[in-house]
Structure formats: structure tokens, C-alpha cells
Design a protein around this ligand. Structure first.
Ligand code: HEC
Length: 154
């Protein structure tokens, strides 16, 4: 009798540990997704602010450097925002990120190149040059979103 109790008890403990591990991993995944979306939102904010300056709508030219730097800095490590198994939960990240890693790396590399070129052009203060590079950055963001981000529900 005592043995059965012991076996049952240790079985329950094991089950409890397993469930706990699953919950912990799920919680961590959620936190990573939240972090990723926060970073993406921030880069979206810098892009929106930079667009106003690049289009000559506002006179905040002195701030363009830090917007460009933040955008470039974020894209340096953009893949790190997408660790394996962070494709479930409240996320618009598509499976293709993990099932087509070469293609995902190519768009990430492109975003790195485009944002660095924009940052360099801003440093040179040549308005025509950085306006063209800005457009290339917007295209690089779109290229990844087109294939790797779920469309918004209507
Ligand atoms: C390598 C791929 C990739 C690149 C490059 C990329 N994004 Fe994203 N972005 C994503 C994915 C995937 C999501 C969805 C993330 C999620 O929901 O977990 C996303 C989400 C976003 C969001 C929505 C965040 C939210 O949840 O509200 C914004 C805004 C955004 N990106 C802006 C940008 C801008 C601006 C650039 C270019 C400077 C950019 N992204 C470059 C893949 C990329």
C-alpha cells in the first residue's frame, strides 16, 4: 500500500514538474514576443519621425542622426528577435522565418545594408543622398514584412 502511494506521489511530482516546465517556457516565449514587438514598434516610431524630417515637413534635422542610428542599430541584430519556437501566441511572425532560414537571412542582411547606408548618408548631411537611402530602408522593411509577417485581419 505504502509503495503504491509512494509511486503515485512521485508520479504526480514528475507530472507537476513537467507541467511547470511547459508553463515556464510558454511564459518566456510570451515575454520574447512582447520584447520583439516593442523593438519593432520603436523602429517604426523612428521611421515615422525620420520620414517627417526627410520629407522636409519639420525642422528637426539635428535629430535625424539619432533616428538613423537607432534604426541601423536595431537591424544589426534583427534575427536575434526571432529565436526558434517563438511562433505561437500573440504574434504575427510567420513560420517561414524558421522554415526558410536562408531567405529570412537574405532579407535581414538587406535591412542591415540599407539601414547602415542610410545612417552613413545622414552623417554626410547630403539631403538628396539620404532621401534616396531612406526609401531603400522603407523597401527593406516591407520586403521582410511581405514574406514573414502575417497580414493584419481586416
Ligand atoms: C527580417 C524581417 C524584418 C525586418 C527587416 C523588419 N521587420 Fe518589422 N516585423 C517583422 C515581423 C516578423 C513582425 C511581427 C512580429 C510579431 O508580431 O511577433 C514585425 C513587426 C513590426 C511592427 C509591428 C509591431 C507591433 O507588434 O505592433 C512594426 C511597426 C515594424 N515591424 C516596423 C519595422 C520597420 C520600420 C522596419 C525597417 C526599419 C522593420 N520592421 C524591419 C519582421 C521584420
Amino acid at each position: 500500500m505504502l509503495n503504491i502511494l509512494k509511486t503515485t506521489l512521485s508520479g504526480l511530482l514528475l507530472l507537476g514538474a513537467a507541467v511547470w516546465t511547459i508553463i515556464a517556457v510558454a511564459a518566456e516565449t510570451e515575454d520574447i514576443i512582447k520584447y520583439r514587438q516593442g523593438v519593432m514598434k520603436s523602429v517604426g516610431g523612428h521611421m515615422a519621425a525620420a520620414a517627417q524630417i526627410v520629407r522636409g515637413k519639420v525642422d528637426y534635422g539635428d535629430d535625424l542622426g539619432y533616428h538613423a542610428e537607432s534604426i541601423a542599430r536595431t537591424m544589426q541584430t534583427v534575427e536575434s528577435l526571432f529565436p526558434k519556437d517563438t511562433d505561437f501566441g500573440e504574434t504575427r511572425a510567420l513560420d517561414a522565418i524558421w522554415s526558410e532560414p536562408d531567405k529570412f537571412k537574405a532579407v535581414s542582411d538587406e535591412s542591415r545594408a540599407a539601414t547602415s547606408a542610410f545612417h552613413d548618408a545622414v552623417k554626410s548631411s547630403d539631403k538628396n543622398a539620404y532621401a534616396a537611402k531612406f526609401k531603400a530602408v522603407a523597401d527593406a522593411c516591407k520586403a521582410c514584412h511581405k514574406d514573414f509577417r502575417e497580414k493584419k485581419e481586416q
